[in-house]
Design a protein around this ligand. Structure first.
Ligand SMILES: NC(=O)c1ccc[n+]([C@@H]2O[C@H](COP(=O)([O-])OP(=O)(O)OC[C@H]3O[C@@H](n4cnc5c(N)ncnc54)[C@H](O)[C@@H]3O)[C@@H](O)[C@H]2O)c1
Length: 398
């Protein structure tokens, strides 16, 4: 049977792997991005993001003629929207990219098409997409519109796109069924059916659950510091309870998912979203607390030694062993310390250079520094032998 044509809007961390996977499975894929350079790079069979195995998939897809990138959509059987959903100042969700992507496909959608929103979105966004299509003259009663949130782990995207369970929620039961059948063609995990709002809330819930659990660990770490207890030992001991599983504290919470998505619930839920808001606040506060701790250590050093301390900021990424600096607490801490006039050495073994900081080799930094602040538990740091450390991520202790 001839595979259907798919138009994917947004060729970033989600849209490009999805396009490349579908093209390798025989679909004709028309990938769309508003950035010409992204389009050109992909059409040459190359990639503009770092993700294991993606280069092989894209190269094969482009060379087979099954994947073509463009700055404009085209008529297709299935449309998938995978554009960013950040927030505005004050943690107000920004779905402008989704709305503009929806407008861009309106001239091309026709009866019988499936329109899927994959971007992580506030509850009600899929309905808003339908309203926009209607406003633009599309008869949406003849379309199948659904939300299918993405839950892949960067670094494992090509595998998880296939192996993860997926949630599909349509604006009608028919849309749910038809869209779920499409995902079952290439997903090995289970494809679970619900309605659009539940699917939207499910994704936000998953990330809020993670955020809340991390907030618990972060709050514990600050309490333990106050009580002069080693939090890493405490967590190990408490986790020996058969039904307790406390996560590891860190310098805050980063990345463009867990640190962002809970705000979509808080914004819409208002007073009702007490715990989810508090978790966000605790995790953000932890980052401020780390800054204060480092500054206090620097003052202490100055009093004892009569000179300014050099501080090694160990790690800039938002989590261990990756090069992704988006919404990274470690990057924020390093920036703030530098802006406040501290003498810092920036260390990040996963990147070669950074436009704001000179990146110092990690062993050299520990030798030169008076205070070594571990902000990210990168594997390289685990075997370092230092005695002037502030370990905020348990890399030496956990
Ligand atoms: N990256 C992840 O690990 C991950 C995981 C789960 C969910 N998500 C969600 O998936 C969505 C996409 O995230 P991402 O990481 O792929 O973003 P990204 O920033 O990597 O890529 C988005 C791409 O969309 C393009 N774009 C923006 N507006 C457009 C438009 N109107 N038409 C065409 N292209 C447009 C941008 O130029 C960019 O290349 C977000 O909602 C995100 O929260 C991401």
């Amino acid at each position: 049977m001839q595979k259907r044509k798919v138009c994917v809007i947004g060729l970033g961390y989600i849209g490009l792997p999805t396009s490349a996977l579908l093209a390798n499975r025989g679909y004709m894929v028309h990938g769309v991005d508003v950035v010409q350079q992204v389009v050109d790079t992909i059409n040459q069979g190359n990639i503009h993001i770092v993700e294991p195995e993606l280069d092989t998939f894209v190269q094969a897809a482009v060379h087979s003629g099954k994947l073509k990138a463009d700055i404009k959509p085209t008529e297709s059987d299935i449309f998938i929207i995978a554009v960013p959903t950040p927030f505005y100042e004050g943690y107000v969700p920004n779905i402008d990219y989704v709305l503009s992507a929806t407008r861009s496909i309106a001239p091309y959608v026709k009866a019988g098409n499936i329109v899927i929103l994959e971007s992580t979105s506030p509850v009600g966004t899929t309905d808003q997409m339908e309203a926009i299509l209607k406003e633009n003259g599309v008869d949406t009663s003849k379309l199948f519109i659904a939300h299918c949130p993405e839950r892949v782990l960067p670094g494992h995207i090509m595998r998880e796109l296939v192996s993860n369970d997926r949630i599909v929620g349509g604006t009608t039961p028919e849309a749910t069924k038809i869209t779920a059948e499409f995902y079952r063609e290439f997903v090995q995990g289970e494809v679970l059916e619900t309605d659009a709002k539940t699917a939207e809330m499910a994704k936000l819930t998953e990330n809020s659950f993670r955020d809340t659990n991390i907030a618990f660990a972060n709050e514990l770490s600050m309490l333990c510091d106050k009580f002069n207890i080693n939090v890493w030992e405490l967590i190990k001991l408490a986790n020996r309870h058969p039904r307790v599983n406390i996560l590891q504290p860190g310098a805050g919470v980063g990345g463009h998912c867990i640190a962002v998505d809970p705000w979509f619930i808080v914004h819409a839920g208002g007073e009702m979203a007490k715990m989810i808001r508090t978790a966000r606040e605790v995790n953000n506060y932890k980052t401020e607390w780390v800054i204060e701790k480092i500054k206090n250590a620097v003052l202490q050093f100055e009093i004892q030694n009569g000179r300014k301390a050099k501080v090694a900021c160990m790690g800039l990424a938002f989590k261990p062993n990756i090069d992704d600096l988006r919404e990274s607490p470690a990057l924020y801490i390093t920036r703030r310390l530098k802006a406040d006039g501290l003498d810092i050495l920036a260390v990040e073994p996963n990147i070669e250079s950074h436009k704001e900081f000179e990146i110092i080799e990690y062993k050299e930094a520990t030798q030169k520094a008076d205070i070594v602040a571990f902000l990210v538990a990168h594997k390289e740091f685990k075997c370092l032998d230092v005695n002037n450390e502030l370990d905020f991520c348990g890399v030496l202790n956990a």
